[in-house]
Design a protein around this ligand. Structure first.
Ligand SMILES: [Zn+2]
Length: 122
């Protein structure tokens, strides 16, 4: 099942989940259904977001704002991406995937010597 299918599926499920949420304490609602309600309530706070690099992740804008791993999201796990400033990446602590969400700063221009060549040892 692709991400697109998952989202269109969720959109259909949400009104039902909201309805079931009011019955949460009621007996006879299968556990699976309650899990679905809970997941739906969680995901309603996230939205798919495309980074300037073209990579899509889930985004949570309330406090504290953070990004969530789209791969783990498909497995119904919210995993907050952690910034790895050194590599300019965001890393998922659960699956280890990394995401380039911001353009890397451009390296400084190469230092050419007087002859137009990079001199050894420079
Ligand atoms: Zn992940």
């Amino acid at each position: 099942m692709g991400m697109r299918d998952l989202f269109s599926g969720l959109a259909e499920i949400r009104p039902l989940a909201r309805c079931l949420g009011t019955l949460k304490g009621a007996r006879g609602i299968p556990r699976r259904m309650l899990e679905l309600v809970s997941w739906s309530a969680t995901t309603s706070r996230y939205h798919l977001w495309a980074a300037p690099t073209g990579i899509t992740v889930f985004r949570f804008d309330a406090a504290p704002p953070h990004y969530a791993c789209p791969k783990c999201y498909e497995r119904r796990l919210i995993s907050r991406l952690q910034a790895d400033a050194e590599r300019c990446l965001y890393v998922c602590p659960l699956c280890g995937c990394d995401y380039l969400l911001k353009e890397r700063p451009k390296p400084p221009p190469l230092d050419y010597g007087p002859g137009g060549f990079i001199e050894p040892g420079r």
